[in-house]
Write a protein that binds this ligand. Structure first.
Ligand SMILES: NC(=O)c1ccc[n+]([C@@H]2O[C@H](COP(=O)([O-])OP(=O)(O)OC[C@H]3O[C@@H](n4cnc5c(N)ncnc54)[C@H](O)[C@@H]3O)[C@@H](O)[C@H]2O)c1
Length: 316
C-alpha cells in the first residue's frame, strides 16, 4: 500500500513514517520544513527513513497546488494521513490567520486531492483542544463546547470539512483527536521538552496559572498504534480520541522531570494564558472497541525514553 503522510518530517509524522516503512508500506512524505522550530531537527527526524527505498521525500507546501498535483499524479497514494499543520495554542492567539491558512485551507486542499485523485481513505490529525472546556473525560459523542483558541477552532473546522467531504463524495474519513503527545523528537515548544531544557540549563520555568492544570499525556508509540489501526478501519466517517486516559498536573510533571534529571526546577508562576484549558482527559472506550487501541506506555516510562533521547540528541 502507498500512503502520503503530510507533515511527515515533524514529531508525530516521522515516527509514523518509520512505522509504516517497517510494516512494508510505501511512504511519500510531504513537508515544507517550516521554521516554527529548527528545520534541521526535522531533517534529522527522517534520518532512519531516507535510507529506505520505499520512502520518498517531497519538500513542499500543502497549499502549493502545483506540488500537490504532481505528488498525486506521480505517486497515486491510496491513503492520505494529514498531519501537516501549525500546532500549538499560543502561536494561534498571536497570529490566527496563519493557522487558518495552514490548518483549515491546508486541510481542505488535501481533501480536494482526495476528491480529484480517488483517494480511498483520509486520516486527519485533530486535537483534544476541540473539546474546549467540556467536562472530562472527553467523549466523542458529546458535542464540543466553545473552542477557546484559534488553533482549536481551526482543528474543529478541519473536522467539519472532513465530514462534509465524507458526506458529499463518500470519502472514508477518520478524525483522530490526539491528547498531548510526547516522546523522543517532541516539538521543542511543548511542556516536557521546554521544561527538561530549562531544568538542565538552570533556566527558570514559566508556569502559567497555579500549576494545577491537568493534561492527558500520550506516548507517541501508542498514538502511532492508533493511527496504524485506523488505516484498516472500514468506515464512512469516524471521530476517535487517542489519549492515555490518565491525567497529570503540571506540578506533578515538573516533579517527575526533576527526579529523572536529578535537579530541582526554578519555577516562576505567571497568570494563566488566554487559549489554555484547565483539563484534558480522553475517554478511550471507542478507540478500544473499534481500533483495539490499548495505550501501553506509562508517563514515568515515556519520560525515561524522552530524557534518554534528549540527553543524547539535544544536549551537546
Ligand atoms: N503533538 C501533540 O501533542 C498534538 C496534539 C494534538 C494534535 N496534534 C496534531 O498532530 C499533527 C502533528 O503534530 P506534531 O506535534 O508532530 O507537530 P510538528 O510541528 O512536529 O509537525 C508538523 C509538520 O508539518 C509541517 N508543516 C506545517 N505546515 C505545513 C504546510 N503548509 N505544508 C507542508 N508541511 C507543513 C511542519 O514542517 C512539521 O514538520 C498536527 O496536525 C497537530 O496539530 C499534535
Amino acid at each position: 500500500m502507498k500512503l502520503l503522510v503530510t507533515g511527515g518530517a515533524g514529531f508525530i509524522g516521522s515516527h509514523l513514517c518509520e512505522r509504516l516503512l517497517r510494516s512494508g508500506a510505501e511512504v511519500v512524505c510531504l513537508d515544507n520544513f517550516n521554521d516554527v522550530y529548527d528545520p534541521a531537527m526535522k531533517k534529522r527526524n527522517l534520518d532512519p527513513c531516507v535510507r529506505c527505498s520505499n520512502f520518498r521525500l517531497v519538500d513542499g507546501d500543502i497549499l502549493d497546488a502545483e506540488i500537490t498535483a504532481a505528488v498525486m499524479e506521480q505517486e497515486a497514494p491510496e491513503v492520505i494521513i494529514h498531519l501537516a499543520a501549525l500546532a500549538g495554542v499560543r502561536g494561534s492567539v498571536l497570529d490566527p490567520l496563519k493557522y487558518v491558512d495552514a490548518d483549515v485551507k491546508g486541510t481542505v486542499a488535501m481533501l480536494e486531492c482526495c476528491r480529484k485523485y480517488g483517494v480511498k481513505k483520509f486520516i486527519f490529525a485533530s486535537s483534544s483542544s476541540v473539546y474546549g472546556t467540556c467536562q472530562t473525560p472527553f467523549r466523542e459523542e458529546n458535542a464540543p463546547t466553545v473552542q477557546v483558541s484559534p488553533y482549536a477552532a481551526a482543528k474543529y473546522s478541519g473536522e467539519v470539512f472532513c465530514r462534509t467531504y465524507s458526506h458529499l463524495y463518500g470519502l472514508p474519513v477518520v478524525c483522530l483527536r490526539f491528547f498531548t503527545v510526547y516522546g523522543p523528537r517532541q516539538r521543542p515548544d511543548m511542556a516536557i521538552h521546554t521544561f527538561a531544557g530549562s531544568i538542565i540549563a538552570d533556566r527558570e520555568i514559566k508556569i502559567f496559572g497555579n500549576g494545577t492544570s491537568i493534561r492527558d499525556y500520550t506516548y507517541v508509540d501508542d498514538v502511532i498504534d492508533g493511527i496504524m489501526s485506523s488505516i484498516e478501519l472500514p468506515c464512512t466517517f469516524e471521530t476517535i480520541n487517542l489519549g492515555n486516559s490518565s491525567t497529570t498536573s503540571i506540578m506533578e510533571l515538573v516533579s517527575i522531570l526533576e527526579s529523572k534529571l536529578g535537579k530541582k526546577a526554578n519555577l516562576n508562576f505567571l497568570p494563566a494564558q488566554p487559549g489554555d484549558v484547565p483539563a484534558t482527559c480522553a475517554d478511550i472506550t471507542k478507540a478500544k472497541s473499534i481500533l483495539g487501541y490499548d495505550p501501553k506506555v506509562s508517563l514515568e516510562e515515556g519520560i525515561d525514553r524522552f530524557v534518554e533521547w534528549y540527553l543524547e540528541r539535544v544536549v551537546e
